[in-house]
Design a protein around this ligand. Structure first.
Ligand SMILES: Nc1nc2c(ncn2[C@@H]2O[C@H](COP(=O)(O)OP(=O)(O)OP(=O)(O)O)[C@@H](O)[C@H]2O)c(=O)[nH]1
Ligand SMILES: [Mg+2]
Length: 426
């Protein structure tokens, strides 16, 4: 039976993992394919999960959560490290010291599975651990378990982060790993997620747990295809990433509603599709308008909805709007919530768009990087940690390569389009 191993890296990756496993726990009774994410022993279920962080505060917090029966070898942190801070420390400093231990724990977990199909990885690449250790580990996973797909659900730096030089360097340095070792990267940024929550809910206070809940819901709907429907979710990312090296996806998720919202109402099909595909709903916003190359609509409700995908009009409308064929997937299960202030909707959906507009966002990142690099700002924090300066050159080359890949595909497709032009600066 096929399985997935979840790997949660760095402070944000670990806290997203915490939210996700609480959600999986709430969903457990309804899950039909439990072995996909759990090892069953004597009637107990233990997650196929691995949490790793260079500092141990977040890990300790999760270990206190007795709701979920994690295995002992599910946690690893380095000793006496306050913060990784840079990619270089995450990869060459304290990160390197725990690499083999991490691989050993992962291997032990894999040995307990009949078969492993994918790694589901969460991380925030502006952090030192989330970039450096993330890159180190994904490279080793690729070398040691080459056939196992790596699907990343990754927090990118928010576009407002122009002053955070370290975060920009860390993110840029992570592109090598993301381009080479991953089969898909679903992109989020905290500012866009914050805006989506603010737009949908009238909350006095939005914090990381609300953002992490959004990421957890997206991942749960995706793995739900297998857990609830035994659907071959290998197809899911293959369908939406039809070209090699073009595997960056922008998700939208909805609908979020507060439990005490007296106006709460479920949307009909047409309203729902309109809602979920609106630009403002994107959890990773780009300056440029949407340029979808390929899209997946993932619906989640208790009963199979025969409307979706069966009548050409649904698909035609989506195709018309998004340019290329849209694939519709249905996860048939209830919609659970971990956060008590959120209502359980009958229907939710995630819209994944493999989207040329990320060109414009990557360009911003490259410009921010160039500005910092020009002054050689903070270089000593990297090179002093055993990293060679050429790794930064390789990182920015990879960002520019991704921009080029998208530009080429979109340009070929929209050859006649006059509305926006790409400039050739990179
Ligand atoms: N969505 C979300 N973002 C977070 C969370 N915690 C931190 N972040 C963001 O992610 C970025 C990286 O922080 P961490 O994930 O804590 O960093 P790390 O990977 O542990 O790396 P170092 O601590 O630098 O070694 C920060 O700039 C925050 O903006 C979280 O729980 N959820
Ligand atoms: Mg940390």
């Amino acid at each position: 039976m096929s399985s997935a191993l979840h790997i949660h890296i760095g402070g944000a990756g670990v806290m997203i993992g915490d939210m996700l496993w609480k959600l999986y726990e709430a969903e457990h009774n309804e899950t039909t394919q439990k072995n996909y994410i759990y090892e069953q022993v004597d009637g107990n279920h233990h997650p196929h999960a691995f949490f790793v962080d260079l500092d141990d505060r977040m890990i300790h917090e999760i270990q206190r959560n007795t709701q979920v029966q994690f295995k002992k070898n599910s946690f690893l942190s380095a000793k006496n490290v306050e913060d990784g801070l840079t990619y270089a420390r995450g990869r060459y400093g304290p990160g390197l010291m725990i690499r083999d231990q991490a691989l050993q724990s992962i291997r032990q977990q894999i040995e307990a599975m009949d078969r492993l199909d994918e790694f589901v990885i969460t991380s925030s690449i502006s952090g030192g651990t989330g970039s450096g250790f993330f890159s180190l580990l994904s490279e080793r996973l690729y070398v040691d378990f080459g056939k196992v797909r790596q699907n990343g659900f990754i927090i990118f730096p928010s576009s407002e982060m122009s002053n955070n030089a370290i975060g920009i360097y860390n993110a840029v340095l992570s592109f090598n790993a993301m381009n080479y070792y991953f089969d898909s990267i679903t992109m989020f940024d905290n500012q866009s997620m914050y805006n989506v929550i603010d737009h949908q809910l009238n909350l006095d206070f939005v914090d990381y747990k609300h953002l992490n809940n959004l990421v957890a819901q997206v991942i749960s709907s995706y793995t739900g295809l297998k857990r609830f429907n035994s659907c071959d979710n290998l197809k899911f990312f293959q369908d939406v990433c039809p070209y090699p090296d073009i595997h960056y996806l922008i998700p939208s998720y909805g609908k979020l509603t507060l439990i005490n919202d007296y106006k709460r109402k479920e949307l009909d099909q047409g309203q729902f599709i309109k809602y979920i595909t609106k630009k403002e709903q994107r959890l990773y916003q780009c300056p440029q308008n949407r340029r979808s190359l390929s899209t997946n609509l993932l619906l989640r409700q208790k009963e199979l909805n025969n409307f979706y995908g069966k009548f050409n009009s649904t698909l035609k409308n989506l195709d018309h709007e998004f340019g290329q064929s849209t694939h519709i997937f249905q996860c048939t299960s209830s919609n659970y919530q971990v956060l008590p202030e959120l209502a359980q909707m009958k229907q939710t959906g995630t819209f994944f768009s493999n989207d040329g507009s990320i060109y414009s966002r990557l360009k911003l990142l490259a410009q921010q990087y160039d500005k910092i690099f020009e002054r050689r700002a903070f270089m000593f924090w990297y090179v002093g940690e055993g990293m060679e300066a050429k790794e930064l050159d390789e990182g920015i080359e990879q960002v520019k390569q991704s921009m080029l890949n998208y530009k080429e595909v979109v340009w070929n497709r929209d050859f006649n389009s006059q509305d926006e032009t790409y400039d050739d600066e990179y």
